[in-house]
Design a protein around this ligand. Structure first.
Ligand code: NAP
Length: 259
C-alpha cells in the first residue's frame, strides 16, 4: 500500500530532535523525502541515519532559522536534492529563559530584554522566515502545498515565562494570516499546539517532582504526550486527508483546558 506522503518532499526545521525528528521519521515512513534541518547538524544527521536505515530518503541541513537567507538556502538545497517542496513543518523552537535553580522561567517583569527577544526571534521570526521561504517557492512554482507551524497550547494558556506564550500566540496568528494569503495558491497553512510532550525541551520539567505534578494536574489524560502522538497530527496536516483544513490550530494536549 502506498504511503500517505508517497512522492512528497518535506522540509522539517527542528528536525534533529524531539517533535521534529519524530515527524521526520513518520513522514519518511509514509513515503516522503525529507530535509531534516536543525541548528545541530549532528542531530539532523542522526535523524537522516534513522530514516535511511529504515529504507527512506533524507538529507541533513544545518540552519539557524533566525537567518532569513539561510531559510532560502534550505529550500534551494532541498529542491536541488529532491526536485521540489510540498510540505514544510516549522518546528525549530526554544523555551523561555530559566535562570538559577530550580530552573523556572523569569517572570515578565524581570526577563532581560535580550532573553525575551531571543525567544521571539527563534519561535516567531524563525517560523516566519521558514514559512516565507517555502511559501515563496511554492507560489513561484505553482506548487500547492501544506505548511505546518508548531505553536503550543501556550498560544492560549499564559504559562510562566511569558516570552514563550507570547511567541506561540504570534505563531498562531501568523498561521491564520498566511492561510488567508496563500489559500488562492492552493497552499494550506495550519498549526499544531502540543501540550506537554516527552522531548529534551521538557526534561527539566519532568525531572522536578513539583513541576511534574503541576503539569499532570492540568492534563486530564494524566500523562505527558509522546513525540509520535504529535507526529500523527503533523502527518494528518501534511497529507491530503486534511485537504479542507487551513488556518487551524490542532491541539494534541491530553485535554488541557484553554478557555
Ligand atoms: P527539542 O527537542 O529541543 O527540539 C527543538 C530543536 O530545534 C532542537 O534540535 C534545537 O536545536 C532546534 N533549534 C533551536 N533553535 C533553533 C534555530 N534557531 N534554528 C534551527 N534549529 C533550532 O524540542 P521539541 O519539544 O521537539 O520542540 C519542537 C517544537 O515544539 C518547538 O517549537 C517547541 O516550542 C514546540 N512545543 C514543544 C512542546 C513539548 O512539550 N515538548 C510543547 C508545545 C510546543 P538545539 O538543541 O541545538 O538548540
Amino acid at each position: 500500500m502506498a504511503g500517505r506522503l508517497e512522492g512528497k518532499v518535506a522540509i522539517i526545521t527542528g528536525g534533529g530532535s524531539g517533535l521534529g525528528r519524530a515527524s521526520a521519521v513518520r513522514f519518511a515512513a509514509e513515503g516522503a523525502m525529507v530535509c531534516a534541518a536543525d541548528l545541530s547538524l549532528e542531530g539532523a544527521a542522526e535523524t537522516v541515519h534513522a530514516i535511511e536505515t529504515a529504507g527512506g530518503k533524507a538529507i541533513a541541513f544545518q540552519i539557524d532559522t533566525t537567518d532569513e537567507a539561510a531559510n532560502d538556502e534550505m529550500v534551494r538545497r532541498t529542491v536541488e536534492a529532491f526536485g521540489g517542496v510540498d510540505v514544510l513543518l516549522a518546528g525549530a523552537g526554544i523555551g523561555s529563559a530559566r535562570p538559577g535553580a530550580p530552573p523556572i522561567p523569569f517572570p515578565v517583569l524581570n526577563t532581560p530584554a535580550d532573553a525575551f527577544r531571543r525567544v521571539i526571534d527563534v519561535n516567531l521570526y524563525g517560523v516566519l522566515f521558514s514559512d516565507r521561504a517555502a511559501g515563496r517557492w511554492m507560489v513561484a512554482n505553482r506548487r500547492p502545498g501544506s505548511i505546518i507551524n508548531i505553536a503550543s497550547v501556550a498560544a492560549y494558556v499564559a504559562l510562566p515565562g511569558g516570552a514563550y506564550s507570547v511567541s506561540k500566540a504570534g505563531v498562531h496568528m501568523l498561521t491564520k494570516v498566511l492561510a488567508q494569503e496563500l489559500a488562492p495558491a492552493g497552499i494550506r497553512v495550519n498549526a499544531i499546539g502540543p501540550g506537554f510532550i516527552e522531548t529534551p525541551m521538557t526534561a527539566m520539567l519532568r525531572e522536578d517532582e513539583a513541576r511534574r505534578a503541576w503539569v499532570l494536574g492540568m492534563t486530564p489524560l494524566g500523562r505527558f504526550g509522546r513525540p509520535e502522538e504529535v507526529a500523527s497530527t503533523a502527518l494528518f496536516l501534511a497529507s491530503d486527508e486534511s485537504s479542507y483544513y487551513t488556518g487551524e490550530l490542532l491541539l494534541p494536549s491530553g485535554g488541557i483546558f484553554h478557555g
